[in-house]
Design a protein. Structure first.
Length: 367
């Protein structure tokens, strides 16, 4: 009886060991399945996520200058000073402007006196001409003198008005609410009319300025949505390309692009560093500008398995085995192709396609 029990125990132990060995072999076989990189066709994901560094700028930046030249006698703002519309930012010495205005008034008086004299002479010789006392040529001469005097008087009036207006140009005032971002002239400095003395940025609408190389400017289309991330702030914000410069910078050979942020995050300030990401998707457009239709995907060139003239891709099935699927391929861009003939649920192998064989079991990155 004891021998029977011992034999039963040994058989049971042997059976357990065989099951353990069998399970271990299955696990080892699964572990040996190659790990593959995949992309789902239906997501329209493109293997292109171009990110460019930029700076927060004001949409409206005004380089301000005086309309008349002179010496700056007062500077009422500093860099970073918030200002309101109508605030006096700088003042230049108005004495020279006042003197020119007085000269203009004096010229008006002189021109008026000449006009009065010409008027009297013309009246006198008109009467003489009516009495046939002087020839018509003499009358024409005095008529011409009067016309010249009248033109000189009108010119003097215009010059005087310009001088009076200049009296109001000695104060540089803010045309809108904003903040002073730069100062280019100091108190005591003599500046010319039109010379930039400071820059005023309106802070009611901020945006991001980036520079894109010329081989990527085709990605920057006005109205394209982008993702904006700020180095000093948490999270991201949605942006839209508002403006693309028509010409590249002559030195850097880059195009200036302005990105508006309709809903800026709290704490967004001028001068902050931001990164703008362009993510191209298969539901956008192809090279011809046509919309990419359902049943297409944009995949990296490395996903294409070329066998003769028939391009194919490896598709991972529900049982984790791969099978080849014929597709039609179009040239789409740098290392990317537009692929037709895929289902939205197809999980496509995007790397190492020449190392696989039909029916092989694989592991995906998500596992």
């Amino acid at each position: 009886m004891k021998n029977f029990k011992l034999g039963a125990i040994i058989c049971l132990f042997a059976a357990v060991m065989m099951m353990a060995v069998g399970c271990g072999s299955t696990k080892q076989a699964a572990d040996k399945a190659p790990l593959v990189k995949t992309a789902q066709a239906g997501t329209g994901t493109v293997a292109s996520d171009n990110t460019y560094s930029g700076t927060v700028r004001g949409r409206y930046e005004t380089n301000m200058s005086f309309q008349v030249g002179g010496q700056i006698i007062a500077r009422n703002v500093q860099v970073g000073t918030p200002v309101r519309s109508g605030d006096v930012l700088m003042v230049i010495d108005g004495r020279d402007v006042a003197q020119k205005s007085n000269q203009g008034d004096a010229q008006v008086s002189s021109a008026r006196a000449q006009l009065d004299l010409a008027q009297k002479n013309l009246s006198r010789y008109s009467e003489l001409f009516q009495e046939n006392a002087v020839p018509a040529a003499t009358l024409d001469q005095y008529q011409s003198s009067y016309d010249a005097a009248f033109a000189a008087y009108q010119n003097a009036l215009a010059q005087a008005a310009q001088g009076h207006n200049a009296m109001g140009y000695t104060n540089l005032t803010a045309g809108a609410n904003g903040v002073v971002s730069a100062i280019n002239a100091e108190e005591g400095q003599v500046v010319a009319a039109g010379q930039t003395v400071l820059t005023l940025v309106q802070t009611n609408e901020l945006e991001i300025e980036i520079n894109i190389p010329e081989n990527r400017v085709a990605d920057a289309v006005v109205g394209t949505p982008v993702s904006v991330k700020f180095w000093a702030l948490n999270g991201t914000a949605d942006g839209v390309i508002r403006e693309v410069a028509p010409m590249a910078d002559s030195a850097a050979r880059t195009y200036r692009v302005r990105v508006s942020v309709p809903n800026p995050p709290a704490g967004m300030q001028l001068g902050m560093t931001a990164s703008v990401s362009f993510t191209q998707t298969a539901v956008d457009t192809d090279d011809s500008g046509s919309a990419v239709t359902e049943g297409t995907a944009v995949l990296p060139l490395s996903a294409i398995y070329q066998s003769g003239d028939d391009p194919q891709v490896w598709v991972v099935g529900d049982d984790h085995t791969v099978s080849l699927k014929s597709v039609q391929v179009e040239d789409f861009g740098d290392n990317q192709v537009l692929v037709h003939g895929l289902e939205a649920s197809d999980l496509v192998v995007t790397a190492g396609v020449h190392k696989l064989h039909e029916g092989e079991q694989v592991r995906t990155e998500a596992e």
